[in-house]
Each structure stands twice: as C-alpha cells, then as structure tokens.
Design a protein around this ligand. Structure first.
Ligand SMILES: Cc1cc2nc3c(=O)[nH]c(=O)nc-3n(C[C@H](O)[C@H](O)[C@H](O)COP(=O)(O)OP(=O)(O)OC[C@H]3O[C@@H](n4cnc5c(N)ncnc54)[C@H](O)[C@@H]3O)c2cc1C
Length: 363
C-alpha cells in the first residue's frame, strides 16, 4: 500500500485526476514512488467521454498519430487497472463505419490496401442487418477497437486514492505553490516534483498558460432505444455507442467558442438531427453531458518540463483521443523525469518554449 502520507518528502504531487492524472499515478505506483493528488471537479472531459479507442480517423480513412504504439501500451494498461480496481473497464466492441455512397466504399478499399492502415481495416463490406438503421451502402469494420468505461474508471480510482489517503479533493491554489532549490512546497506538502494534469484547466495555470491549448467543447446524449438491439458502435455523422440495457451514447459535437461545461439545446438539436438521418426506430433522450477536450492547434499532446523551473511538469493536450494517448504519454513523461529518456519531439512541450520566452519578455 502506498504510504506517501507518512513521508516527510514525497516524490510527486499531481494536480488533476482525469485520464492524464490517473495514468501518471499508475506510473508512480508501478515504480514504487510516493505521491499525492489534488483534484477538483472543474473539468469533466474524462468523465463524459465516449471512451472509444479506435486507431483510425474515420472521416478521412487515415491512421491516427502513433496509433499502433499507443494501442499496444493502452490495452494492457487498462487490463491491469481493471484487475486492480476489481471492475470491468474495457468493452471490446467493433466500430462500423457507415458508408454514405459507393465512392466511400471505394475509398475504404483503397485505404485497406495501405500497409499500416490495412492492419486495422476489414477488407469486405459488411451488410446492414439492423432494421432500425438505414445503411444501404453497408459498413466498413475497424479491427481492435473498443470502449473504456471512463466514468467508472474515474469513480473507482478516486475511491482507491481516498482509501489510501492519497487524494485531496479541492482546487489547487497556484499562488500557494513555493518553488524551493530542491523541492516544491504546497500547503504543508513537500514534493520533489509537481505534475500538472488539469486538462482545459491549464488556462488557470500561470506557469504553463503560454501553451496553446485551444479546447474544443463536446456534447453527448444518452438515449434509450429498446428496439434498436445494436451491439456494434456505429459511426455515421455521429457515433452510436452501445452501453447495455437498451442505452446508447450519441455524439459528439465539436464547438470552438463556448468554453463552459454546460449542455446546450442547440447541440442537442444538432445531435438529434444527425442521428435521425440514419436511426429509424423510437428512442428517448435520458441524459445530456458536455465537456472541453484539451485540444492543441497541432493536434499533439503537451508533455514535458517547464522551460525555467525544473521541478514543474505538464501532462496535457490529449484532444479527442485521451483513452489511447494517456498511457503512452504518461510513461514517456515518467521515463524522461526518472531516466532522462527523450520525449517524442512531436509531443514534447519544448516545441513551444519560444512562446514562453516571448510571453515573459512582454510581461
Ligand atoms: C464529449 C466528449 C467526448 C469524448 N470522447 C472521447 C472518446 O470517445 N475517446 C477518447 O479517447 N477521448 C474522448 N474524449 C476526449 C477525452 O475525454 C480527453 O482527451 C481526456 O479526458 C483528457 O483528460 P485529462 O486528464 O487531460 O483532462 P480532464 O479529464 O479534463 O481532467 C483534468 C482534471 O484536472 C482537474 N483540475 C483542473 N484544474 C484544477 C485545479 N486548479 N485544481 C484541482 N484540479 C483541477 C479537473 O477537475 C479534472 O479532474 C472526449 C471528450 C469529450 C468532451
């Protein structure tokens, strides 16, 4: 059992408990490091996420960045976590891309011929047999996909940390952070290093808010559709994700202006209009949630060390693919800190160091 609360100096203080915070905690547990987490509920991205892991970008039929490597790390990661938390987290479920035309079918065939992408794409067209769905051109099936129950994961992990007295449920006060020569101090806690894993909350962080985290709001509905009886994830203009008990998640929207976590009537209408272009049976909406995806302009994570303060680190920018990215990104940050292993240059926050010094000069 971790015993950080007994130690005078802990190894790590982590701020934030979404997919980023949890995956970093797991690095620390695996390596027998002491730590404590401070997290509030100001951001909801990991709680509301559809939870899909899918290596293919289904709009363009291309492979997502580093997808194969991420998947190879993520699947054992969630399997181990599920055993530790005594709950099911990984629901293996095929993703079916609904074709809108013969042209799309042909594009799929072309894509499935490509060496790396072909590994993930079934080569035959799957016929639609569900009378509640209109899909005259059939589907392309993506292999090695599934859903992580992120809400269950967050609740179980929170409980695990509370039981072990490793979590303080409060908002981190940046003004109270003291940076000393060989450690950081925060309201009675002394730690060798601090990791900020605050998702879109990064904007409140005076140390890292030079990083270009845009944030993209997303909304999801849960519908109850007793006649639908669909076991696959269907991807058309929106996703339909089966949850069991005739419940399905429908989403998601992408909005760049509104930065609140509040569900809106406008997005609900947008989702329902898209859903009804291919869902023909009756349903009722039973839930509606929203969150801000921590997206970066260049669509790569933000992982690394503060340009001036060597005890401050960032783990963020997972965009719309946190489920797959979090385990690899946190392992990379840990290896960098403890073993000086280089972070992949495309996700190293050092790619924005120039912005930090520009901002510093202006102030
Ligand atoms: C509608 C929607 C659908 C999505 N669907 C998918 C999907 O199907 N598959 C997928 O892979 N990804 C999906 N995503 C994206 C995914 O949710 C994110 O990539 C991921 O959750 C980001 O995790 P995070 O830990 O970086 O941030 P968050 O989940 O935002 O966690 C940040 C944590 O830090 C806390 N915090 C912030 N500021 C402070 C502070 N000052 N003090 C204390 N605590 C603080 C927050 O409250 C929160 O606990 C979806 C996102 C949305 C919004």
């Amino acid at each position: 059992m971790p015993i950080s609360y007994l130690c005078s100096m802990i190894d790590y203080l982590i701020v934030g408990l979404g997919l980023a915070g949890i995956s970093f905690c797991e690095q620390l547990e695996e390596n027998h490091k002491t730590y404590r987490v401070i997290a509030d509920k100001s951001q909801t991205s990991s709680v509301v996420a559809g939870g899909l892991y899918n290596p293919v970008i289904l709009k363009r039929f291309t492979l997502a960045w580093n997808a194969k490597e991420q998947l190879e790390t993520a699947l054992p990661f969630y399997e181990k976590l599920a055993k530790k938390l005594h709950t099911q987290l990984d629901f293996k479920v095929p993703v079916l891309r609904r074709f809108a035309s013969i042209e799309e079918q042909n594009m799929w065939f072309e894509a499935s011929d490509k060496p790396q992408l072909g590994y993930f794409l079934a080569t035959n067209i799957k016929k639609n047999e569900n009378t509640c769905i209109d899909a005259p051109f059939g589907y392309g099936e993506v292999n090695y996909t599934g859903r992580i129950a992120t809400k269950v994961l967050l609740a179980s992990y929170e409980k695990y940390l509370l039981t072990n007295m490793l979590l303080q449920q409060e908002t981190f006060d940046y003004e109270a952070l003291e940076i000393k020569a060989d450690h950081i101090a925060y309201q009675g806690i002394a730690a060798k290093r601090i990791i900020f894993a605050t998702g879109f909350g990064l904007h409140e962080n005076p140390f890292f808010n030079y990083l270009p985290l845009n944030g993209t709001k997303g909304e999801l509905l849960t519908i109850k559709a007793p006649d639908l009886k669909e076991e696959n994830v269907i991807k058309s203009s929106v996703f339909i994700i089966p949850l069991g008990d005739d419940l399905y998640r429908v989403g998601a929207t992408y909005k760049w202006k509104d930065k609140t976590n509040l569900p809106t009537a406008e997005s609900k209408q947008e989702l329902l209009e898209k859903l009804e272009t291919f869902l023909t049976c009756k349903y009722e909406v039973v839930d509606h949630v929203a969150g801000i995806r921590p997206t970066v302009a260049d669509r790569r994570p933000l992982v690394g060390q503060h340009p001036d303060e060597d005890k401050l680190f960032i783990l963020n920018g997972f965009g719309s693919r946190g489920v797959m990215i979090a385990p690899t990104a946190s392992a990379s940050l840990y290896q960098f800190i403890e073993h000086a292993t280089a972070i992949h240059p495309e996700m190293n926050s050092a790619r924005f160091t120039k912005k930090y010094y520009q901002k510093k000069q202006r102030n």
